[in-house]
Design a protein around this ligand. Structure first.
Ligand code: SF4
Ligand code: SF4
Length: 383
């Protein structure tokens, strides 16, 4: 689950404020009450938006218990991300319910996968209704992994929404920032980019992140724990194995990179929330570095690092990075339906590929991912 520009910039742009606007520009958004928390809050500024948000935000995609979201707000976390597509729309409804009476304490983002103007407009109206708000702080074009996905048709929808005060900032979410960097900068309308960053992916996307950063675009990190929401653990040898300290170490690893304004780890329960909260004030240690190195090796054949070097390499035309990522939704995040829906949206000819029919795979992953095994599993699971 994803954010942009400050209320002051919003005012400076001569736009009318949404009814729920608060009037202390540049001030960190603070909770109404601060119950005991496992550590201290840490704030960062989200690029040129000027928004000050906690370095640990809340990715709501896999959360079903609204009390965890509400508790996070009360603890002082200020960035919350959802999407129209999550939980077939139920996730936005849950977040909206959790934020009742708390909306003005948070920076709230949602996303739309729409590829047409009409669909995007409808998505925004539904998102606002389900979230119980009159504006989103950031509205992302969701899942834009190639330049053509940021079409001239849909850009005006986001611009109009900003002018009308329905959104404050324009964002784009991507798994392939290097591929869309030129387009994002050429369009010149984006305030925030939401993208992948974790210890397993490493520095592969740094060239794009540097360019966005230099352009003043705020950066939000997603998939920050690699395949590891704590509820599912790091998967090794076909089994989920709990690695004590792994998720916390993974989040701390990401937080060392100050280029990112915030992060959106998934959280499903209060224990996980408390652990993630600690990452804001605890240092990343040598033992954690070692722990992550070991985990990285154990997930090497399973976890796609999203380097996209295998794109277009399959003679049968298989959509390798996308398919393996969809599988990770099921295998690592417990989101089988989400994975299957994404797989079902692939073109027919890509869904029809069967890796089991190849005597050997013509594609080699430089990062050690077992491509034919992952692909065959996805094809069997989602067929
Ligand atoms: S399967 Fe390997 S080569 Fe392909 S995108 Fe993933 S990490 Fe890169
Ligand atoms: S096994 Fe390899 S070459 Fe064969 S269809 Fe799958 S990805 Fe393509």
């Amino acid at each position: 689950m994803n954010s942009s520009d400050s209320r002051r910039r919003f005012l400076a742009a001569g736009l009318s404020l949404p009814a729920t606007a608060f009037s202390t520009p540049q001030a960190p958004i603070r909770p109404a009450s601060t119950s005991p928390s496992p550590g201290a809050l840490a704030y960062r500024t989200l690029g040129k938006t000027g928004l000050k948000v906690t370095s640990v935000g809340f990715g709501c995609m896999v959360t079903s218990d609204e009390s965890v979201v509400a508790r996070a707000v009360d603890m002082g976390i200020t960035y919350f991300d959802t999407a129209r597509v999550y939980g077939r729309g139920n996730n936005e409804r849950m977040v909206g319910s959790a934020l009742k009476g708390r909306r003005d304490k948070v920076v709230l983002s949602s996303k739309s996968t729409a590829r047409t103007a009409a669909e995007a407009k409808a998505h925004l109206e539904t998102s606002l209704k389900e979230l119980g708000t009159d504006h989103l702080d950031i509205w992302y074009m969701h899942f834009r992994d190639e330049p053509g996905a940021i079409s001239d048709e849909i850009i005006p929808v986001w611009e109009d929404a900003k002018k009308e005060g329905k959104i404050r900032f324009i964002g784009v979410s991507t798994h392939n920032p290097n591929a869309i960097a030129d387009r994002v900068l050429q369009v010149g309308k984006f305030d925030v980019v939401l993208s992948t960053y974790n210890f397993a992916i490493g520095s592969v996307n740094d060239p794009a992140y540097q360019r966005f950063d230099e352009a003043g675009i705020g950066l939000v990190a997603m998939k920050v724990m690699a395949p590891a929401s704590r509820a599912f653990g790091f998967k090794t040898g076909g089994e989920h194995s709990n690695r004590p300290g792994g998720p916390l170490a993974a989040l701390k690893w990401v937080l060392r990179n100050k280029r990112f304004g915030t992060t959106i780890p998934s959280m499903t329960d209060t224990e996980q929330l408390q652990e993630n909260f600690r990452a804001m004030s605890e240092p990343f240690g040598a033992q954690e570095e070692k722990l992550l190195a070991g985990i990285n090796e154990s997930i090497r054949p399973l976890y796609c690092r999203m380097c996209y070097q295998c794109s277009g390499q399959c003679p049968q035309g298989a959509a390798i990075p996308d398919t393996i990522r969809f599988l990770s939704y099921a295998d690592f995040y417990g989101q089988f339906t989400l994975g299957r829906e994404h797989f079902a949206a692939l073109p027919d000819e890509k869904r029809a590929v069967r890796c089991g029919e190849c005597a050997s795979c013509a594609v080699k992953c430089p990062n050690g991912v077992n491509i034919p095994e992952r692909m065959a599993r996805a094809q069997e699971l989602f067929a």
